[in-house]
Design a protein around this ligand. Structure first.
Ligand code: MN
Length: 355
């Protein structure tokens, strides 16, 4: 076999492979008292982005009438919860006695370690619109067995670049570091870009990234996304171009990133663990009241759902299986080994796609 071209051209071969942006579709889910969310992580085809292992995007929802968001007391192990608002006001309570309002641009970071319980509710005097993200961060060994704690960060660094601004919720951006304590290399950035402008975000080549377009459609590293879609960018990039596609005055993005998380994870309900035994033990502890009490929430705690009748097995991160996901977006309708994915942080979880 030979190249028979009489005038062969030189082709520059760069090392490595060019890896495209994957666009991942959210599952619809409901939390607490009927707040509908777009669940972007975990997915069968993408378990985590760095240590970020759960990502719900909700709203904008009208909450001036009715209860708004009401997530009764429930337990967590093995993770940090990160709460982030674009609009609205939410009250956090936990079993350490914390009682903390959160507003847009602030971070509530709860480290479950070996175990904590908390509730979240739309607070009195709230604005009429609620819009935000609920994220979880998987804790590595040995931090996942540590003491629980809660921190509120109201004074996060903001980097201004032309008309754009980057709020550093987690990690670092252009030398500005968030005070939030995390336990693996991570980034969590809210990025606001004026409509009609582009922002090129310098990023770490050893991080993978996930990007949410918060307000409307946008082009992220060449891929068109909108609320309900997550752009996943594998490691190996030095920048991400963010281009709002809508004409809004300021288009917001949320960018999560981190070094791909290598530890096996088993997630069920509100627990991130490594084995089915750990999950079963945590569930028993919640049923027996051993997580501690959340005072002041106007309602009963969540009841633990029954354990599935199939063994719970840990999963490694899945990569490169996205073609199947695109052609069959309802991949969560099966009831087999993926059933653990149906667990969520609230009792009333259900997928509207599943009917
Ligand atoms: Mn929770």
């Amino acid at each position: 076999m030979s190249n028979l071209d009489p005038a062969p051209e030189a082709i520059t071969l760069t090392p490595g492979v060019v890896r495209a942006v994957d666009v991942i579709e959210a599952r619809k889910a409901a939390i607490g008292d009927g707040t509908e969310v777009r669940r972007l992580l975990p997915q069968r085809t993408l378990r985590t982005v760095g240590a970020w292992c759960f990502l719900d995007h909700y709203g904008p929802d009208e909450v001036s009438r009715g209860p708004g968001m009401q997530v009764p007391p429930h337990p967590h192990i093995g993770l940090q919860t990160a709460s982030w608002l674009f609009q609205g006001l939410v009250l956090h309570r936990d079993s350490l006695g914390s009682r903390q309002l959160i507003r847009p641009g602030e971070l509530n970071l709860m480290t479950a370690g070996g175990g904590i319980a908390h509730s979240e509710e739309s607070a009195a005097g709230r604005p009429s619109v609620l819009h935000g993200l609920q994220l979880w961060i998987a804790l590595p060994e040995p931090e996942r067995h540590g003491e629980p704690r809660f921190t509120h960060h109201a004074d996060l660094p903001v980097v201004h670049e032309g008309g754009a601004s980057v709020t550093v919720a987690v990690g670092e951006y252009r030398g500005e570091r968030s005070p939030a304590e995390v336990f693996s290399p991570l980034a969590g950035l809210e990025v606001a870009v004026p409509g009609g402008d582009d922002l090129v975000l310098p990023v770490r080549e050893d991080f993978e990234y996930g990007v949410v377009a918060v307000d409307g459609s946008a082009v992220v590293a060449g891929a068109l996304i909108a609320p309900g879609l997550l752009a996943h960018l594998p490691t190996g990039r030095s920048e991400i171009r963010l281009s709002p596609a809508s004409g809004s005055r300021l288009a917001r993005f949320f960018v999560v990133g981190g070094v791909p998380f290598g530890e096996r994870l088993l997630m069920w309900w509100n627990f991130v663990a490594r084995s089915g035994d750990e999950i079963a033990r945590a569930r028993e502890d919640w049923v027996a009241g051993r997580f501690g009490k959340v005072y002041g929430y106007p309602g009963d705690p969540l009841a633990a759902p029954p354990l599935p009748d199939v063994p719970l097995k840990p999963r490694l991160r899945v990569a490169g299986a996205l073609t199947a996901a695109r052609s069959a977006p309802r991949i969560f309708t099966d009831a087999g080994p993926a059933r653990w994915l149906r667990g969520s942080w609230a009792r009333d979880w259900r997928s509207r796609d599943d009917g």
